[in-house]
Ligand binder design. Sequence first.
Ligand SMILES: Cc1cc2nc3c(=O)[nH]c(=O)nc-3n(C[C@H](O)[C@H](O)[C@H](O)COP(=O)(O)O)c2cc1C
Length: 229
Amino acid sequence: MNSSSGRSAAKRQLSRRSVLQGIGFGVSALAFGLSARNKALAAEVAAAKKGEGVFWRESTMDVLTAIHTRRSYRSFTGAPVKPQDMQEILSAGMGAPSAKDARPWHFVVLETEKSLELIERSIPLMSYAAKAGAALLVCVDIVKDPGEPLAYVSGAVCCQNMWLALTGLGYGAVWVNVFPEEQRMNAWKELAKLPAHVVPLCLMVIGVPDVRLPAENRFDPKLVHQETW
Ligand SMILES: Cc1cc2nc3c(=O)[nH]c(=O)nc-3n(C[C@H](O)[C@H](O)[C@H](O)COP(=O)(O)O)c2cc1C
């Protein structure tokens, strides 16, 4: 090896080392940033516990497990949804993000045998509703700014929050369309006595499942596009 090729090999090694050092520094800065954020969050939770009390309970299920084990359940044991769990599910829904922070949602809680049987009679293929613990008629206020169609999008985000929360609490649920089916919308507007500016989006039928559906790995790299399609 002559002296100039020796020098450039040394330069390459040096620049490789500085890139690696740079990455190492970046990773530790990120870890430091994350642990500082986690500490700040833990302090906020502790303060909330000491003060007015937190408005959620700690779940033993982590968020990714809830996401990946959530399924649509259409078969239930008949066990009720406990009142404190229903409160938790609704609180999760109301904690959802929404366009313009409008929080356009309203919920009609259906828990009586009569109401659950009404669902069974009013919508085809709903024979399982009578054995659900409860159902939520999730509605959106379409007059609140920004109105339609973002009210529906925010409503859907709220439903997903509730779906994940109830999964974490050991329940199962299914989303049953009301919107945009005109006939169902009119029927539920009347049954639930909704005001004119409130649209029924869906029924979240909730209960204790009598079977457990498997988690599915739906990750598909073909759906991911880098920078452009
Ligand atoms: C916007 C939306 C509308 C849906 N409508 C219905 C419905 O009317 N009836 C029903 O049984 N399931 C309905 N589902 C549930 C889907 O069929 C279900 O999420 C899908 O088949 C995937 O299965 P999984 O939820 O078990 O992962 C709906 C889900 C979403 C998100």
